[in-house]
Design a protein around this ligand. Structure first.
Ligand code: HEC
Ligand SMILES: [Cu+2]
Length: 329
């Protein structure tokens, strides 16, 4: 292969990365995302049709016979194709687009299903589940939902504008300070669907992602019912020591673990951090090693992060804390 052709070929894997389906508006997994994909194809088809008409008219105007050129320059043609056609089609598309949006952004109907509040923070997601009895249970950076049931999201922001977007499940909706936006959607099949903040919100914006885990309804109900419970203290001595260090190091000033002295609310709730798939807003897989690395130098993993480094702790101490956290499940 000649050298100058090699560059573009080396870029191909980058394009193929776009074919992954975990975060793809082209692979909808629920009725809301399907409606948006339909809208996309209608817009695409119409845009292609208009492009063909415009290019044909251009070709005719440049190279066509005199009769055709006079036709195109005629006032009636210009009014029909230049004014009437765009006004009619754009009005119809606007109506269609508004209908698609209204369907899942209007507040819930009479019978509300599961309600989840998600609050965008620089640069992570605070999650509140509302239990059937009205209690609110905190979590972060991962939202679990039952399949086949509509979930109502109340979207807010704690600081600047963020945007909540899970392409496989629904359209994006901004999280605006001082206001609550509503979004409803459901997932057809169990799976993990990635979401990403879709509005630039400062330094670590690109590392502000989360995951929606759709579970079979029975599994979800059992999980939600067990969520508020206090976990038994860890069995291993190293994890027990980690729990003591967690409090002693002051982690509890910013993080809460239900049933312990740690009740801070500045950072993500860590009551069940051990069962989450990722840490630091879907930046790293959740393993004890990664937890220990993150605790030492969070800003090496996530530049700009609002958690201070804990290099004052020894490697053994960080390991003990990471084992304690990994066991919170
Ligand atoms: C000054 C407040 C503050 C203190 C003190 C603090 N953290 Fe954090 N922590 C944060 C913030 C803010 C985040 C969110 C970072 C992000 O993802 O942008 C965070 C994130 C985390 C996460 C990832 C959570 C998740 O859901 O992804 C872990 C684990 C964690 N902290 C552990 C600790 C431990 C252990 C300590 C004590 C050694 C500690 N933190 C002390 C503020 C703090
Ligand atoms: Cu953002």
């Amino acid at each position: 292969m000649r050298a100058r052709w090699r560059g573009p070929f080396l870029l191909l894997p980058l394009l193929l990365a776009g074919c992954s389906t975990i975060q793809s508006a082209l692979h909808p997994v629920g009725p809301e995302a399907s409606r948006i994909l339909d809208l996309t194809w209608v817009l695409f088809a119409l845009a292609a049709f208009v492009t063909i008409i415009v290019l044909s008219a251009l070709a005719l105007a440049l190279f066509g016979p005199d009769r055709a050129r006079r036709r195109i320059a005629d006032g009636r043609t210009i009014v029909a194709l230049g004014i009437v056609f765009p006004v009619v089609t754009l009005t119809a598309l606007l109506g269609y687009g508004l209908w698609v949006m209204r369907e899942n952004t209007s507040p819930s109907p009479a019978q509300p299903g599961l309600q989840v509040e998600v609050i965008g923070e620089q640069w992570w997601w605070r999650v509140h589940y509302r239990l059937p009895d009205g209690t609110i249970v905190a979590s972060a950076n991962e939202v679990r939902i039952p399949t086949g049931r509509e979930v109502e999201f109340a979207l807010r922001s704690a600081d600047v504008i963020h945007s909540f977007w899970v392409p496989s499940l629904a359209g994006k909706l901004d999280m605006i300070p001082g206001r609550t936006n509503h979004l409803r959607f459901s997932a057809d099949r169990p799976g993990v669907y990635r979401g990403q903040c879709a509005e630039y919100c400062g330094g670590a914006h690109a590392l502000m992602a989360f995951e929606v885990v759709a579970m079979a309804p029975e599994d979800f109900d059992a999980w939600l019912a067990a969520l508020p419970a206090t976990l038994p203290p860890p069995a291993e001595p190293e994890a027990t020591r980690g729990g003591e260090l967690f409090v002693a190091a002051g982690c509890g000033g910013c993080h809460a673990v239900r049933g312990t002295a740690a009740d801070g609310t500045t950072g993500p709730d860590l009551s069940r951090v051990g069962e989450r798939r990722t840490i630091a807003a879907a930046t790293l897989p959740n393993t004890p090693d990664n937890l220990a690395r993150f605790i030492a130098e969070p800003s090496h993993i996530k530049p700009g992060v609002l958690m201070p480094p804990f290099t004052v702790l020894s490697a053994d101490e960080r390991r003990a804390i990471s084992l304690y956290l990994a066991g919170l499940r």
